[in-house]
Design a protein around this ligand. Structure first.
Ligand code: TPP
Ligand code: MG
Length: 345
């Protein structure tokens, strides 16, 4: 099935971006892509077990929202089972994400979570969630506490925004509608980022939902809802900046529907035989990293050599992350029941 929905246009002529910020966005996307490619290699070498869902192709969404518009480490990020790259954009070190995938004690969830359960209190990553739509109410809880601390407890510094990432499939789930209602009612500082990659495993989005334009569902709750080209990091950044500004100003939530595509199968166990060659080619031609690299060099914000330097630096960082994960200890068997409940700090 080819793309029948036209990707919204975004005029880059109006974009204000410094060289430094451009390189940060580029590096973050390359980090995500290189990490996931290495992850696939390690999975097929038998270094990790269970389901592993990669984010290739969708990098502009995580980077554009978290690095482009939020305060990573202060604001909250909530993910799904496709969570490695959201964790990286939020600032969780690559070696801790890789060690988690290897089930090692040095992983960000202490080796107890694995691919689908990345977590970091330090980086305000509220988790990966194996159940579809499970993170949506959790992110609303985080947004509620920021608002409560500020308005009820008088903490003027409590102005954090929560970003909640989930897929098109999750939008047919009750938790999506229930949470949208509460978030709009209470004007919570949250942005709902729908990564519409057209597929929920083997179910085409258009076959599964009464109205495929998800952003319009926000309007039923009197909430801002926008669609954006999810293959364009600058377009995502712009939509996210406006949403974050609205949220911090107490004007409530936004649904951002990012039209995107995953470049690999649903998980590493998926032979990916259902999606047509034509459809894949349409989206491969819109690779967000290549598109942004071309923008940076055309606008003389970076040279090709600089970008190659970043690619190389990230490759080395990922190789180190693998070494770290391989040489880290397994969690001791004596601690099988540890971390089920919170411990005193
Ligand atoms: C509540 C629930 N129902 C079903 C599943 C099985 N399942 C796992 S992923 C998935 C598809 C979700 O697709 P989408 O939300 O579009 O996210 P994507 O995988 O495309 O990122 C389903 C149905 C699940 N994990 N949880
Ligand atoms: Mg999907």
């Amino acid at each position: 099935m080819l793309q029948e929905r036209t990707l919204p246009t975004f005029n880059t002529a109006d974009v204000k971006i410094s060289k430094e910020e451009g390189l940060v966005l580029y590096e973050d996307m390359v980090l995500g892509r290189t990490f996931e490619d290495k992850c696939a290699e390690m999975y097929y070498r038998g270094k990790m077990f269970g389901f592993v869902h990669l984010y290739n192709g969708q990098e502009a969404v995580s980077t554009g929202v978290i690095q482009g518009a939020m305060r990573p480490g202060e604001d909250y990020v909530c993910s799904t089972y496709r969570d490695h790259v959201h964790a990286l954009s939020a600032g969780v070190p690559a070696k801790e994400v890789m060690a988690e995938l290897f089930g090692k004690a040095t992983g960000c969830s202490k080796g107890r979570g694995g691919s689908m359960h990345m977590f970091s209190a330090e980086h305000r990553l509220l988790g990966g969630y194996a159940f579809v739509a499970e993170g949506i109410p959790v992110a609303a809880g985080a947004a509620f506490q920021s608002k409560y601390r500020r308005e009820v407890m008088g903490d003027k510094n409590s102005d954090q925004v929560s970003a909640c990432f989930f897929g098109d499939g999750a939008c047919n789930n009750g938790q999506f509608f229930e949470t949208l209602n509460m978030a709009a009612l209470w004007k919570l500082p949250i942005i709902f980022v729908v990564e519409n990659n057209k597929w929920a495993i083997g179910m085409a989005h258009d076959r599964a939902t009464s109205d495929p334009e998800i952003y319009k569902k926000a309007h039923a709750f009197k909430m801002a809802g926008v669609e954006v080209d999810g293959m364009d990091v600058l377009a995502v950044r712009q939509a996210a900046k406006e949403a974050v500004e609205r949220a911090r100003a107490g004007e409530g939530p936004t649904v951002i529907e990012a039209l995107t595509y995953r470049f690999r199968g649903h998980s590493l166990a998926d032979p990916d035989e259902l999606r047509s060659k034509e459809e894949k080619e349409y989206w491969f031609a819109r690779d967000p990293i290549k598109k942004f690299a071309a923008y940076l060099t055309e606008k003389k914000l970076a040279t090709a050599k600089q970008l190659q330097g970043i690619d190389k630096k990230i490759e080395e960082l990922i190789d180190e992350a693998v070494k770290f994960a391989e040489t880290s200890p397994e969690p001791p068997a004596s601690e099988l029941y540890r971390f089920i409940f919170a411990e005193d700090q």
